[in-house]
Design a protein around this ligand. Structure first.
Ligand code: F6R
Length: 609
């Protein structure tokens, strides 16, 4: 979604801001803009489309000079994708420029109030209302004006504000939308995401909700919106530049698919004690007493994270024998859910900032559940608000289509299952067997990745087909959903995923001559049933692409294409079977000439409802 980068220091900041915007491009956006304050004058530029359009514009107009500035990538919510709606927005009174992520929910009433006071608006955005309000309340102190304005606002925001009357001040604030203040050497860099600041510093203060920071060239102070001082917590960013750079890969998605074996090794490192048959999870163990009493687990998330949560549901019931259900966070939060005593809610999220998942978590906490997080981004909102949690440790995920985070989520949920199962029905030997299987996954994944060229060839054969089915059963039903989501989100091919048996209840009508049906048909308890489903599709002219277990001769006779994966215990199989599906989606998008890392309409982190 929208991205923020801001700078105050001694360097000319135009280039630095542009580089920050480029690092935020992966989040998804449709326009970009920048404002730089040079002594007493703000210069502003905005452009629809890519950051490179803004760059061209700056070049044409001779660029901007100044050592204090803001820049933004906008993902439209209020008002269409136009230059007038792009940020920064300005007021019409004192020379304020502002950028904003989030949504000001009461913007309509504030706008009416401001119009009555004579302010004239140039955009359709909620953000311009906030810029005007700060201007209206300005009495010679930008920090105070921002605090006063934010006291009037409902909704979510992270903002950065400058004012022509205060050339040594940058004011930033946050509620419900991430923002961090990077502390450099005689300079400060603000970013909505660490990737915007990591090139300059690894020391940062992640702002808490309702915190306002006044930043000058010599230091900063943090307070709440009522001006009560807040003690800043400085943290060390664990990201390095190499992790957020492409290296020799064509796209971040491709890099991240190929990084999965390494990422999984990191996820598991130090957590599997096969000798004792137990999993070691530091962020959970202090709640052991409560966890032993767990009567029910609700797993929640959106998109890919929900698919991982669904696998978690199967794992917890099948292996740990704990009643579990996976549910869209967006449904859970509004449906008045029953949360019984001893319920654990697990929020699954790569970014830790997904608005619906965060809200579902808060709802569950409010109703007395123990809140657990399975999150990738350290220090993110969900990570901070959960009672207990396990980080994925897969490193920054830049590609909009989630890949390595998915396998990290499934790996963490597998470990959590063993952890909780050991407290109930699983023996130390059973746990050790599962853990030994887990340890082999990275190596098995590497073998699948070696067949990349073949997977590309298979994809090429079906690239003109506009409708695809993805079918699986049991643990690999969520994998089928994930395969379909990957294909549709980056290649814009219509794809549906479903339990293989469900096909007969309607979707079978779609099957026509040559329609690709991807079956996840690895060895498992329902193998024979999947074989029957394959026959049903084949009989109607569908083309079968099967993901199957190495050495399966039977499937070779049935399927048009077979993509083999190494043998593995069924509950852990989604971590392997998903890999060929990720590669197929990737190649389909490349073959169709799409921008894999910036799919249309999508944002990396969905921080609005
Ligand atoms: C799909 C994808 C999305 C996210 C979803 C949740 O490839 O990336 O479906 O999985 O928006 O995001 P997080 O995991 O950040 O909560």
């Amino acid at each position: 979604m929208c991205g923020i980068v801001a700078y105050i220091g001694s360097k000319q900041c135009q280039q630095l801001l542009l580089e920050g915007l480029k690092r935020l491009e992966y989040r998804g956006y449709d326009s970009a803009g920048m404002a730089v304050l040079d002594g007493s004058k703000i210069t502003l530029a905005r452009a629809v489309g890519k950051v490179s359009n803004l760059e061209d514009k700056l070049e044409e107009t001779g660029g901007m000079r100044g050592t204090l500035g803001l820049a933004h990538t906008r993902w439209a919510t209020h008002g269409g994708v136009t230059e007038a709606n792009a940020h920064p927005h300005t007021d019409d009174r004192v020379g304020i420029a502002l950028i904003h992520n989030g949504i000001i929910e009461n913007y309509a009433s504030l706008k009416t109030y401001l119009e009555e006071k004579g302010h004239v608006f140039k955009s359709q955005t909620d953000t311009e209302v906030l810029a005007m309000l700060i201007g209206e309340l300005y009495e010679g102190d930008l920090e105070k004006a921002v605090q006063a304005a934010l006291r009037e606002v409902t909704g979510a925001y992270s903002i950065a504000v400058i004012c022509e009357k205060e050339p040594d001040t940058l004011v930033v604030a946050r509620k419900g939308s991430p923002l961090m203040l990077g502390i450099g050497n005689g300079e400060f860099i603000v970013g909505s995401d660490p990737s915007a600041i990591i090139a300059h510093t690894t020391q940062a203060v992640p702002l808490e909700d309702y915190t306002v920071a006044k930043v000058t060239r010599s230091g900063f102070r943090t307070s709440d919106i009522h001006d009560v001082p807040v003690t800043p917590k400085v943290m060390q960013l664990e990201m390095d530049l190499e992790q957020i750079e492409l290296g020799s890969f064509g796209h971040f998605m491709q890099k991240e698919i190929f990084e999965q074996p390494k990422a999984l090794r990191n996820t598991m490192r130090g957590r599997l004690d096969t000798r004792e048959g137990r999993v070691v999870l530091g962020g959970v163990s202090k709640f052991d007493k409560e966890l032993t009493k767990t009567r029910r687990v609700t797993l929640t998330g959106q998109g890919t994270a929900l698919h991982a949560a669904m696998i978690g549901e199967y794992l917890l019931e099948d292996l740990a024998k704990i009643p579990a259900v996976a549910e869209y966070a967006s449904e859970f939060r509004y449906r008045n859910p029953i949360v019984e005593d001893n319920t654990v809610v697990i929020a699954v999220s790569q970014s830790g900032e997904t608005a619906d998942t965060l809200a579902a978590l808060r709802e569950a906490k409010e109703r007395g559940a123990l809140a657990m997080g399975v999150v990738n981004v350290v220090g993110s909102s969900i990570a901070r608000e959960t009672d207990a949690g396990v980080y994925l440790r897969v490193g920054p995920e830049i590609g909009v289509a989630s890949t390595k985070a998915f396998v990290g989520q499934v790996a963490v949920l597998s470990m959590l299952t063993i952890y909780l199962g050991r407290k109930r029905y699983l023996s130390a030997d059973q746990c050790a067997d599962l853990m030994r299987e887990m340890e082999l996954i990275p190596e098995k994944m590497e073998r699948i990745l070696e067949s990349d060229a073949r997977i590309r060839k298979v994809t090429e054969r079906y690239i003109d087909r506009e409708n695809w089915l993805f079918l699986g059963r049991g643990y690999n039903y969520p994998t089928a959903l994930e395969g379909a989501l990957k294909l549709k989100e980056i290649s814009y091919i219509h794809a549906e995923g479903m339990p293989a048996a469900e096909m007969k209840h309607g979707p079978i009508a779609l099957i026509n001559d040559g329609m690709p049906a991807v079956f996840i048909a690895n060895r498992g308890r329902q193998y024979d049933k999947v074989m029957s489903n394959i026959q049903e599709v084949k009989a109607r002219g569908g083309r079968i692409i099967a993901v199957a277990t190495e050495g399966d001769e039977q499937i070779k006779r049935l399927a048009d294409e077979v993509l083999f994966v190494p043998d593995i215990a069924e509950p852990l199989s989604p971590m392997l079977t998903v890999v060929p599906l990720q590669l197929m989606a990737y190649h389909a998008a490349v073959l169709r000439g799409h921008d894999v890392d910036k799919p249309r309409n999508l944002a990396k982190s969905v921080t609005v409802e």
